[in-house]
Design a protein around this ligand. Structure first.
Ligand code: M6R
Length: 596
C-alpha cells in the first residue's frame, strides 16, 4: 500500500503535494518523492518520511505535479526505489500504488529494446512502456500501456511537454478525484484532499482519468467516455484515514480480501521461490511470537500435509536458549514487523547453528531480512492497529505458497493436486468477503459475550491454532480473559471452569474431526456454557447443538483457518467496541516489540 497524490491548478504544486502526502503517510512511509511540471519536468525523491523529503527539497516551481509516499513491495526502501519514476528521456514521471504482476517479462523486453532502468521496482516498467507508446499524447500512451500490464494499480503520470494535465488510472487500488475551484486533485483517498476540497468523484476499476485545472474526464481503459457524479463528503481527516471505519482494526479486517489477493499476485507461477529452495533439509522449524506464532502452528499442518517433512514450531524467546541439535533443519521465521527482538535474535542464532533460513515478513528491508537467506514478503500494506489482522491472514497465504513449494521440491505434490490447491488459494479473497458480508450476524453473536469474565475458544487439528488466535485477539483488545484449547483437551482440566457465564466459541468445520467436535460441543452444553459455533454453511446438525452459529462458505479443511480467522477477529472487535476499549492501541502493548 502506498499513497499517491496529484495536483493541477493555479497555485504552486509543491506545498500542496507535501501537505496532501502527510495525510497519506499512514499508507506507507519508507520513502517519498515529487515530480513537478514547470518550465521542465523536475523530480525529487528521498528515503524516509515526508518530513525528510521536505527538509532536503530544492526550490521547485510548477503548478502541475505528483507526489508519492511508499510502502515497499518490490525493491528495498531506498532513494533509487522511491517514486516517481522517469522514462529514459526524463520527460515522463509515473507514480503507482499496487503491484505489476508481469513486470519481470516487461522489464526484460524493454531492456532488449534499449531502455535503461534505474531501480528494482515493478513500477518503473510503466514509465518506459508509456515512453515507448508516447506520440505527443500522454492519455493515448497510457491507455496503450495499461493494456499490457497485469496486476493492481492506481497510477498517475505527467509529461514535461504537457503542462496542463495529469493522467491517472485505477485497477483494484483506490483512486479518487478532488474537485476544487480552478484546481483539481487526484489521490489514493479522501484524507489527502480534505484540506482543499470535500467534493470528490470516485474512479472505478479499469478507468482512466484526465485532469486539468478546469475539469476532469473519465474513460474506460478502451477509451469509452464514462460519466461520474461528484459527491460531497463530510468526513474529518481522521475519519477519512480510517476509510470511514470507526477503528483502524476494523478497516484492516475489511481490507483482508484485497491484502490476500495482493499477496497472491505473481506468486503462483513462481512456486520454487526463484530456485532458492533445494531439498537438502529433513526437518523444518518454524519460529515466531504472538499472532505470528499462531500462523506458524497453522503452517505446521500445511507443511506436513504438503511435503511430509516433520515440522516443529517454537517461540522466538524459547528457541535461542534451546539446545542445538544436529538435524539438517530449514528454519522459517515469521514476523509481520520484521523487528521483533526475539524472532530477529532467533534468526541470528539459527544462522550461527548453520541452518538455512527463510523469513516471512510484511516490512521490506526490516531487520529480519538482513539476517536470513531468503525473504518472502506478505503484501498486507501498513497495519496500524496493534492487533495483527491482515498481516496474519497474509502470513497464512505465504505459508500455503511455501508449503506448495516444499511439496514440489520433495516430490510429494503432483501437478493435479497443485492445480487444485492454487485454485482454492485464488478463491480465498471471495470466501473472506462473504464472511465480512455477514458481519451483522457476527456482531449479534458478539453481543452475547460482552459481560463474560472468561471465554474459551476450542478447535481441533488445523483449527486448534485458529482457536488460539481467536483467544489472543479477544483478550488483547477486550481485556476479557480468553483461552484457546484443543477441543479434545477440555476434559483433562478446563471443563471444571465451565459455567453458564463462560461462553465457548467452537470451531467446527465439516472435516475429519467434525464428529468429535460435535461431541465436544455437547460436553460443553451439558455444563450449561453457551456455545457459539463456527461451521460450514447450512450445517443443520451444528445449528441443533449450538446456541448460535456463524456460517462460513464451505472450503477445503486445510484452508478453513483463513475465513474462520475473519470471524474470530470480528467477534473480538465487536466485544471490545461494546466495552469501549482502546481498540487500536490496547493498554500495555506495542505494535513492534523490540525488547527481549
Ligand atoms: O511483528 P511480529 O509479527 O513479530 O509480532 C509478534 C507479536 O508481537 C504480535 O503478533 C502480537 O502478538 C500482536 N499484537 C497480536 O495481535
Amino acid at each position: 500500500m502506498c499513497g499517491i497524490v496529484g495536483y493541477v491548478g493555479e497555485n504552486e504544486a509543491v506545498p500542496i503535494l507535501l501537505r496532501a502526502l502527510k495525510r497519506l503517510e499512514y499508507r506507507g512511509y519508507d520513502s517519498a518523492g515529487l515530480a513537478v511540471v514547470g518550465n521542465e519536468l523536475s523530480c525529487f525523491k528521498d528515503k524516509g518520511m515526508i518530513d525528510n523529503l521536505q527538509g532536503s527539497l530544492p526550490p521547485i516551481k510548477g503548478k502541475v505535479g505528483l507526489g508519492h509516499t511508499r510502502w515497499a513491495t518490490h525493491g528495498k526502501p531506498s532513494k533509487e526505489n522511491a517514486h516517481p519514476f522517469l522514462d529514459c528521456e526524463e520527460k515522463i514521471a509515473v507514480i503507482h500504488n499496487g503491484i505489476i504482476e508481469n513486470h519481470m517479462e516487461l522489464r526484460k523486453q524493454l531492456i532488449d529494446e534499449g531502455h535503461t532502468f534505474t531501480s528494482e521496482t515493478d513500477t518503473e516498467v510503466l514509465a518506459h512502456l508509456i515512453e515507448k507508446h508516447y506520440n505527443g499524447n500522454l492519455e493515448k500512451a497510457v491507455l496503450k500501456s495499461l493494456k499490457l500490464i497485469c496486476g493492481s494499480y492506481a497510477i498517475a503520470c505527467v509529461h514535461g511537454d504537457e503542462k496542463d494535465n495529469i493522467i491517472a488510472a485505477r485497477n483494484e487500488s483506490p483512486l479518487v478525484v478532488g474537485i476544487g475551484n480552478s484546481e483539481n486533485f487526484i489521490a489514493s483517498d479522501v484524507a489527502a484532499l480534505l484540506d482543499y476540497t470535500n467534493k470528490v468523484a470516485y474512479v472505478m476499476d479499469n478507468e482512466v482519468v484526465r485532469l486539468t485545472k478546469e475539469e476532469f474526464s473519465i474513460t474506460t481503459i478502451d477509451g469509452e467516455p464514462v460519466s461520474r457524479e461528484v459527491e460531497q463528503v463530510n468526513w474529518t481527516v481522521e475519519d477519512a484515514e480510517k476509510g470511514g471505519y470507526e477503528h483502524y482494526m476494523l478497516k484492516e479486517i475489511f481490507e483482508q480480501p484485497i491484502a490476500v489477493h495482493n499477496s497472491l499476485l505473481g506468486r503462483i507461477p513462481d512456486l520454487t521461490l526463484n530456485g532458492f529452495l533445494d531439498g537438502r533439509f529433513n526437518t523444518i522449524k518454524i519460529i515466531a511470537c504472538g499472532t505470528s506464532y499462531h500462523a506458524g502452528l497453522i503452517g505446521k499442518y500445511i507443511f506436513e500435509n504438503f511435503s511430509k517433512v516433520p515440522v516443529v514450531v517454537e517461540m522466538g524467546s524459547e528457541y535461542r536458549y534451546s539446545e542445538p541439535t544436529y538435524e539438517n533443519t530449514l528454519i522459517v521465521l515469521i514476523t509481520q514487523s520484521g523487528e521483533t527482538a526475539d524472532t530477529v535474535a532467533a534468526a541470528r542464532e539459527a544462522k550461527r547453528r548453520g541452518s538455512m533460513t527463510i523469513a516471512i515478513t510484511n516490512v521490506v528491508g526490516s531487520s529480519i531480512t538482513r539476517e536470513v537467506d531468503y525473504t518472502f514478503y506478505t503484501r498486507a500494506g501498513p497495519e496500524i492497529g496493534v492487533a495483527a489482522t491482515k498481516t496474519f491472514t497474509t502470513q497464512l497465504i505465504a505459508l500455503y505458497i511455501l508449503g506448495i513449494a516444499l511439496g514440489l521440491i520433495k516430490g510429494t505434490l503432483k501437478y493435479d493436486r497443485i492445480r487444485e490447491l492454487t485454485s482454492t488459494l485464488r478463491k480465498l479473497p471471495r470466501y473472506m468477503q462473504s464472511v465480512l458480508d455477514d458481519s451483522e450476524n457476527i456482531e449479534k453473536c458478539a453481543m452475547t459475550m460482552t459481560d463474560a469474565t472468561d471465554v474459551f475458544y476450542i478447535g481441533r487439528n488445523i483449527n486448534y491454532p485458529t482457536a488460539l488466535e481467536g483467544a489472543l485477539k479477544f483478550k488483547e483488545i477486550s481485556y476479557i480473559h480468553a483461552e484457546g484449547y484443543p477441543a479434545g483437551e477440555l476434559k483433562h482440566g478446563p471443563l471444571a471452569l465451565l459455567t453458564p457465564q463462560t461462553p465457548v466459541v467452537a470451531i467446527a468445520p465439516r472435516d475429519h474431526t467434525y464428529e468429535k467436535m460435535l461431541g465436544n460441543i455437547s460436553e460443553v452444553s451439558a455444563r450449561g456454557s453457551p456455545v457459539i459455533a463456527i461451521g460450514f454453511q447450512d450445517d443443520t446438525e451444528l445449528s441443533k447443538l449450538a446456541d448460535q452459529v456463524i456460517f462460513i462458505p464451505e472450503v477445503p479443511a486445510l484452508f478453513s483457518p483463513v475465513p474462520i480467522t475473519v470471524v474470530v477477529q470480528l467477534l473480538a472487535y465487536y466485544v471490545a467496541r461494546e466495552r469501549k476499549c482502546s481498540i487500536d492501541r490496547p493498554r500495555h502493548l506495542a505494535k513492534s516489540v523490540t525488547v527481549e
